[in-house]
Design a protein around this ligand. Structure first.
Ligand SMILES: Nc1nc2c(ncn2[C@@H]2O[C@H](COP(=O)(O)OP(=O)(O)O)[C@@H](O)[C@H]2O)c(=O)[nH]1
Ligand SMILES: [Mg+2]
Length: 215
């Protein structure tokens, strides 16, 4: 019985994700599903990206949080459209919630749509949202064991951002080990090492976004 219900939940989600993908493709929107622990810097990375790529790339954001409109407000302050989804306890976004947010956003396209998922490294990677790629963010402040502890999530990434490299001298974070662990799980993904606070090494991330977005 339990398996039946789980199967139906996943099947309904897959259908809604496929509809989202059709919609995104019809508007020439490149869509990223951004996944990380809480506090790794997703909203900071997005805010800086929106500011720095103003005039070069149209960006819209769907924000997923258990509670509050805080992150959507930060994105609007940076100059992009944002819709906030509150899951009220749910640990991940699902494709139907994203479909509702897409209707509210009414993005013209072409451009980039980023879905900032609810902060955790487990459930979000199990629910497809219709995205073209998953981006996992890992910060130097949260320890260097995350790729090996959450292998399924890292294995699905098209790109991994190692954020807060400005803190490397102050935290226990073995960067070569993390690089090697990510490569072991996912030989092909892009790895970006940057600081959203100082702006250091954001350029490669920007080039990757621009290369993948139809203009
Ligand atoms: N030192 C440092 N702090 C950062 C960096 N990026 C984000 N932060 C801080 O980390 C905290 C969490 O950031 P936030 O963007 O809200 O993370 P989110 O929960 O993943 O969206 C905030 O206090 C940010 O100012 C960074 O590159 N370096
Ligand atoms: Mg956030």
């Amino acid at each position: 019985m339990k398996i039946d219900i789980q199967t139906r939940v996943f099947a309904a989600n897959e259908l809604a994700a496929a509809e989202n993908r059709k919609y995104l493709d019809s508007k020439n929107l490149f869509c990223l599903n951004m996944i990380s622990s809480p506090g790794s810097g997703k909203t900071t990375i997005l805010s800086k990206t929106i500011t720095d790529l103003k005039g070069k790339l149209e960006i819209a954001v769907v924000e997923g949080d258990i509670q509050t409109e805080l992150d959507a407000q930060r994105i609007r302050n940076a100059g992009a459209s944002a819709v906030q989804i509150n899951t009220h306890g749910g640990c991940h976004l699902n494709a139907e919630q994203v479909a509702i947010a897409l209707k509210k956003l009414e993005i013209k396209g072409p451009g980039l749509l980023v879905i900032e998922n609810v902060g955790n490294l487990v459930c979000p990677s199990a629910f497809e949202l219709g995205e073209h790629a998953k981006v996992i963010v890992l910060s130097t402040a949260e320890g260097d064991d995350k790729p090996v502890k959450y292998p399924a999530t890292f294995a699905k990434a098209a790109a991994v951002i190692i954020n807060k490299i400005d803190l490397l001298d102050h935290v226990d974070f073995n960067l070569p080990r993390v690089r090697a662990d990510i490569r072991q799980l996912n030989p092909k993904c892009e790895i970006f090492e940057l600081s959203a606070r100082t702006g250091r090494q954001m350029d490669r991330w920007y080039s990757w976004l621009l290369e993948n977005t139809v203009s």
